[in-house]
Ligand binder design. Structure first.
Ligand code: DMJ
Length: 473
């Protein structure tokens, strides 16, 4: 297990030790397991500077190879669309904006802002996924506006949110359809899930504060309340729900797939807006999870899917995305459970270097080989670190960062992995948009403690868009 007290001797490992282990940053090198005891927090500022340099390096490649495109494929140097095939919306650029601003990469931020002003329009006769469009684009635009104050960013965010609101209006229960046509407002795909009906409150709430229009937050909260009102006697919800019937369409309670950010937004809405309903719901839901869904396999705490009425386990898998819950449990005051769950993922990181996308909780073996360059472990470490500033969370995050550098750095940026079981690991060829908004920001905030962020006020969306806590000089 990780040491709480870090010695100077360990500090050597952070720079020299990584090289000795073959983790000096060569693309696609085999990454042997690093023990957290081998690292120390000697020079966090230097590590923060390293994160900034890597971000700038990747940004320069995005500019050269994929400017205005949604995502770069960093092995081949090509690009791909994310929301609408063949019609890009500058996803990576928008997700990068507030990270650029925090890193004081002001010329790069300005170039991105200029692109938004000159080239971004949402008047497109095509369907876009409402949830992803909100967390990535509305969130990114709102956050960039909060960073620099430019009114055009707010106008664009409002224009887009108004188009997404059509997906809520079309449902008799206020549960957004999964897809909306950005131009016509037509909707499709009523079979949806908790994450896709319940991840709007923070972006919409801040947008409402900035525009003086409380319709956004009211719509977001109404959808969440609909599902919360159907909790079982055990206090659990099923993860799948129908926007037209308003009924659950599965019996599986989940903390990760189909559900994760719903739970984050309960607590975040309390933190951001002081909404006491949301606080109560968050505490009730987290309490029910710990009581009925937390299960031990070979001594390790996991939260597999369970039947929402009987709490019997229905699937023996857990994704890497579930790591967020360790941080959220800490935030709501269930820190022992949060640390316990983080220890499970810490062990997975030590064993596999890159935490598998999905794990069989009975055997702790990967269920599949590829991973999506995931940020959730660092997300949890940041939230726990913000709670008590315990150095061990930074050490675990440093490991996460160094492992990513050792395995996922490609010719033109950072990439997903095709196979984590081979040595060297086989790289994929895609940098997801969230890389620009999530893990690089988590690393930088924890290591550099940047002057443009007030750590005591910091509030991040599920996509790590900064919704509170900027310090503007
Ligand atoms: C991100 O898009 C968000 O964090 C979302 O809530 C779920 N996870 C992905 C990254 O893995």
């Amino acid at each position: 297990m990780i040491q709480n007290r870090l010695t100077r001797r360990h500090a050597l490992a952070l720079s020299g030790g990584l090289a000795a282990l073959g983790l000096s940053g060569l693309p696609a090198q085999a990454a042997p397991s690093l023990r957290s005891e081998a690292l120390s927090g000697e020079d966090w500022a230097a590590l923060g500077a390293d994160v900034k340099a890597e971000f700038k390096w990747a940004w320069d490649h995005y500019v050269a190879k994929a400017w205005g495109k949604d995502e770069i494929n960093p092995v081949s140097g090509t690009a791909r669309s994310f929301f609408i095939e063949g019609h890009d919306l500058g996803l990576s650029l928008i997700e990068a904006l507030d990270t650029l601003w925090i890193m004081e990469l002001d010329e790069e931020f300005q170039a991105g802002l200029d692109w938004v002003k000159s080239s971004l329009s949402f008047d497109i006769d095509a369907y876009s996924q409402v949830f992803e469009t909100n967390i990535r684009l509305v969130g990114g635009l709102v956050s960039a506006h909060l960073a620099c104050g430019d009114p055009v960013l707010l106008e664009k965010a409002k224009d887009l949110a108004d188009r997404l609101m059509k997906a809520f209006d079309a449902s008799p229960h206020g549960l957004p359809y999964r897809y909306v046509n950005l131009k016509t407002g037509a909707v499709r795909d009523p079979e949806t899930n908790l994450a896709e009906i319940g991840t709007y409150a923070t972006e919409f709430g801040v947008l409402g504060q900035l525009t003086g229009d409380d319709r956004y937050y009211a719509a977001a909260k109404r959808a969440m309340k609909h599902a919360l009102d159907m909790r079982s006697d055990k206090g659990l919800m099923a993860a799948n729900i129908h926007a037209e019937t308003g009924l659950f369409t599965s019996r599986n309670a989940s903390i990760d797939v189909y559900a994760d950010s719903f739970y984050e937004y309960l607590w975040d809405s309390w933190e951001l807006f002081g909404d006491t309903d949301m606080k109560r719901w968050a505490e009730e839901c987290m309490g029910a999870m710990v009581a009925h869904q937390g299960k031990r396999f070979d001594g390790r705490l996991w939260f597999p899917m369970v039947d929402y009425e009987t709490a019997e386990t229905t699937a023996y898998s857990q994704t890497v995305l579930g790591a967020y819950l360790a941080g959220l449990l800490g935030q709501v005051g269930l820190k022992t459970a949060g640390d316990d769950f983080l220890a499970t993922y810490t062990e997975m990181q030590e064993q596999y270097v890159i935490i598998p996308e999905s794990t069989d909780v009975r055997t702790r073996t990967p269920r599949g080989k590829g991973t999506g360059l995931r940020p959730e472990f660092a997300d949890a470490c940041l939230n726990l670190w913000l709670g008590d500033r315990d150095e061990r969370y930074r050490v675990l995050t440093a490991l996460h960062y160094q492992h990513m550098k050792a395995t996922s750095k490609a010719a033109f940026g950072y990439t997903s992995l095709a196979d984590i079981t081979t040595r060297p690991m086989a790289q994929g060829d895609n940098c997801p948009g969230y890389w620009w908004s999530e893990q690089m920001k988590y690393y930088f905030i924890m290591f550099a403690e940047p002057k443009r962020i007030d750590l005591d006020r910091l509030q991040l969306s599920t996509e790590a868009c900064v919704l509170r806590g900027f310090v503007r000089g």
